[in-house]
Design a protein around this ligand. Structure first.
Ligand code: PLP
Length: 390
């Protein structure tokens, strides 16, 4: 086992070692987190709509915990398929205007399980190079060929689609909003290519569900391409503030996944209290549009404050605002300077992002206020000046 220590040393020398740090919630202030005794403005959470501490969601979960118990006790195909699942899946299909829905334990398992259920040896998956790691792992698990196209580069995707024309099944998969950059996929162009080449199209709305669309359905609805997307994936762990994931699509698709998606078949069902909490979160996501409006206003403000300070930030209008630094060590120093200034925002380094593009990934929430972000932007600017980043 000596090799592990040696490898870890190499990681540490390259400023690439990661470690776990404990962060406690601050009950009365959802936009903050506690590290030890220190209260930090949390600019690294995916709780975009500020729902993780929503009282109605917590109350439903508490009630269900008392009636349904702590765990579901079995896989959904055995005896773990409790009533809250049926209810949630019906509500999801209605919300997404799809025939059917299927709940998974989390986004990672949904991506890996669904891709492996749809393609196999002799097939090909066209995947954006910036797609989430769970998509890449799903492709490996499926044993299909992995055709990675350059980020959002439709000309490159077309070249690859031509190259693999003769493969049995073709699946194009993309994040709707990219998790480390906050930019959007060109969904309309992807739909056109999918049609032209007879491919299936899968869209991962992990960072766009709850945020885009009139009722928070996601970017596919916002751009009115939902009917041309064959496989919709979304999560309940980000905007929904709870945990879990869903697939929406045709009845045939869902029937197939119930038979073929390993993470659904061979893993214990989510606790019913969580599934019921997600149902309540879905009510809030649809019924409290002011959260989306507030979030977008904060995004515009924060992006313009950082941009006008001279930082290199990602494009787009999403709550993910990457501040690109480049050097790994400098990114770590920036992150710890932020913590000294009362701001939690982690350094994102390779292999999560390409070499030379290490960054601070800020993520905003409707739980924040304009004043908090103005104040944070001043501190961020001062750190940038002090460290020579701007
Ligand atoms: C977070 C994320 C996932 C994983 O979802 P979990 O529910 O956290 O496992 C999948 N895809 C994308 C694009 C994500 O950002």
């Amino acid at each position: 086992m000596d090799w592990i220590e040696k490898e870890l040393e190499l990681l540490a020398d390259a400023s690439l070692e990661r470690s776990l740090r404990t962060c406690s919630p601050v009950c009365e202030a959802p936009g903050y987190t506690l590290r030890g005794e220190r209260r930090l403005l949390n600019l690294s959470s995916n709780d975009y709509l500020g729902l993780a501490k929503h009282p109605a969601i917590i109350e439903v979960m508490r009630e269900k915990l008392l009636t349904e118990g702590a765990g579901s006790g079995a896989s959904r195909l055995v005896t773990g398929n409790r009533p809250p699942y049926d209810r949630l899946e019906e509500e999801l299909a209605y919300w997404q205007k799809c025939e059917a829905a299927l709940v998974f334990a989390n986004g990672y398992m949904a991506n890996s399980g669904v891709i492996a259920a749809l393609v196999g040896r002799g097939d090909v998956v066209f995947s954006d190079q910036w797609n989430h790691a769970s998509i890449a792992d799903g492709i490996i698990l499926s044993r299909a060929e992995h055709a990675r196209y350059r980020h959002n580069d439709m000309a490159h995707l077309r070249v690859l689609l031509n190259k693999y024309r003769d493969k049995r099944r073709k699946l194009i998969v993309t994040d709707a909003v990219f998790s480390m950059d906050g930019d959007q996929a060109p969904l309309r162009e992807l739909v056109a290519l999918k049609r032209e080449f007879g491919a299936m199209l899968m869209v991962d709305e992990a960072h766009s569900g709850g945020i885009y669309g009139k009722r928070g359905e996601g970017l596919c609805h916002e751009l009115a391409v939902q009917d041309d997307v064959d496989i919709h994936l979304g999560t309940f762990s980000k905007s929904f503030g709870v945990y879990g994931a869903y697939i929406c699509g045709s009845r045939t698709l869902i029937r197939w996944l119930v038979n073929k998606a390993g993470p659904l078949i061979y893993s214990t069902a989510l606790p019913p209290s969580i599934v019921a909490g997600v149902s309540e979160a879905l009510v809030v996501v649809q019924g409290e549009p002011w959260r989306r409006e507030k979030l977008f206003a904060l995004c515009i403000l924060f992006r313009s404050l950082l941009g006008s300070s001279g930082f290199t930030i990602g494009v787009g209008n999403s709550p993910i605002v990457p501040l690109i630094i480049g050097d790994n060590d400098m990114t770590l120093r920036f992150s710890s300077a932020l913590e000294d200034e009362g701001i939690a925002a982690v350094a994102i380094r390779p292999p999560t992002v390409p070499d030379g593009t290490s960054r601070i990934r800020f993520s905003l929430s409707a739980a924040h206020t304009e004043n908090e972000l103005r104040d944070a932007a001043v501190r961020i600017r001062n750190i940038g000046l002090r460290l020579g980043v701007i």
